[in-house]
Write a new protein. Structure first.
Length: 115
């Protein structure tokens, strides 16, 4: 199993970023996918989850209305569109899959919202 994130960077507060996660080594189209994040000194927290077919999504309360999770099963890729970014969104963002009771993580991508 391999999860590779991309798309992080530095953005001013109020700006937008789009993250991507390319998955391999498992049947992506049958697997729910999630994004998590971890800020310095804080625990890792769930950002958003999308069902295997993409019809169902769920978000942490603080991300609702600002973040959108989506997927392209033909390309084995899950996305996270982040709008209206705030300084408190600064964190390392991780792609996640749970397979046969095990948790798999990407290497993470840094998102920094700062002026």
């Amino acid at each position: 199993v391999q999860l590779v994130e991309s798309g992080g960077g530095l953005v001013q507060p109020g700006g937008s970023l789009s993250l991507s996660c390319l998955a391999s080594g498992f049947t992506f189209s049958s697997t729910a996918m999630s994004w998590y994040r971890q800020a310095p000194g804080k625990e890792r927290e769930l950002v958003a989850t999308i069902s295997s077919g993409g019809r169902s999504t769920d978000y942490a309360d603080s991300m609702k209305g600002r973040f959108t999770i989506s997927r392209d099963n033909a390309k084995n890729t899950v996305f996270l569109q982040m709008n209206s970014l705030k300084p408190e969104d600064t964190a390392v963002y991780y792609c996640h899959a749970r397979l046969y009771g095990r948790h798999y993580w990407g290497q993470g991508t840094q998102v920094t919202a700062s002026s």
